[in-house]
Design a binder for this molecule. Structure first.
Ligand SMILES: [Fe+2]
Ligand SMILES: [Fe+2]
Length: 264
């Protein structure tokens, strides 16, 4: 059976996340015999957003597509240059007129692979309905693509699970990002969509979702305005998934979690 192995790596947090990615991506790709790699980069520049320089640095690695989320416009640098960065996606259901695109098509082993990035609305900023948007664009994407991979950047597991069920059988993979904490509900749904509520993050391990834990504890204690900073780290975590897809049917055959800890 012809198969395609897909690697997805969760939100890269600052320098520490970029460093472990650069140092270990090739060994992960080799170990799992990966054909196509997606990395979520919304926190890759200093913890918030993406710069042109960081994009170029990451584009030099063996990565096929970059997804993002609510932090993608945090650095103005990227805001102006978005159109030139042809591996980068931002959520499809952002308000009309915002720079960038939420669907990109890639060619691999003679197959057309669609990568779609959408964002949730529960406990998030304002955006168009991701459910209605997906229903709207799915027929168009299915016309063009053999394999459809979706990054749903959302806060709640319920919103993500509902999207997983809505898309089951229509896409090869729906994976969640944004919470920075991996969930243990990875499975192939009955009609052949690989699903996980969140793949977790890649960056400082002894942190609160990537941020210096002392700052976050203080913030919870005194509720005063504070600038979040990344911690000086002694170890980094790399979180992701590996998904096997049957290229004839487009259905997922398996999904497994990747969880690696590296000493800095
Ligand atoms: Fe994130
Ligand atoms: Fe996010």
């Amino acid at each position: 059976m012809p198969e395609l192995n897909i690697l997805c790596i969760g939100d890269i947090i600052g320098r520490s996340g970029r460093r472990v990615l650069a140092q270990h991506l090739e060994e992960i790709i080799a170990k799992h015999n990966i054909h196509f790699t997606i990395v979520n980069v919304e926190n890759s520049a200093g913890g918030n957003g993406l710069t042109r320089a960081v994009y170029e640095e990451l584009a030099g690695l063996n990565i096929d597509a970059f997804t993002s989320g609510n932090h993608i416009y945090d650095k103005r640098d990227i805001f102006k240059q978005f159109e030139e960065l042809n591996l980068l996606l931002r959520p499809l259901n952002f308000p009309k007129g915002q720079p960038g695109t939420g669907i990109r098509y890639f060619e691999r082993n003679g197959l057309s692979i669609a990568v779609v990035n959408i964002i949730g609305r529960v406990f998030m900023g304002l955006s168009d309905c991701p459910f209605q948007k997906m229903q709207q664009v799915l027929p168009i994407i299915k016309e063009k693509a053999d394999i459809i991979l979706v990054d749903f950047h959302a806060e709640t597991t319920s919103e993500k699970q509902a999207m997983g069920w809505m898309l089951d059988g229509n896409v090869s993979l729906l994976f969640g990002t944004h919470t920075h904490v991996p969930t243990a509900d990875d499975r192939v749904l009955p009609s052949g969509t690989a699903y996980i509520s969140d793949i977790g993050m890649t960056g400082p391990r002894d942190s609160v979702i990537g941020v210096d834990r002392h700052i976050v504890i203080k913030k919870f204690l005194d509720q005063l305005p504070v600038r979040f900073e990344l911690p000086r780290v002694s170890s980094a975590v790399l979180n992701g998934i590996c998904v096997k897809v049957d290229t004839e049917s487009g259905k997922a055959l398996s999904i497994s979690r990747i969880y690696e800890v590296y000493d800095e």
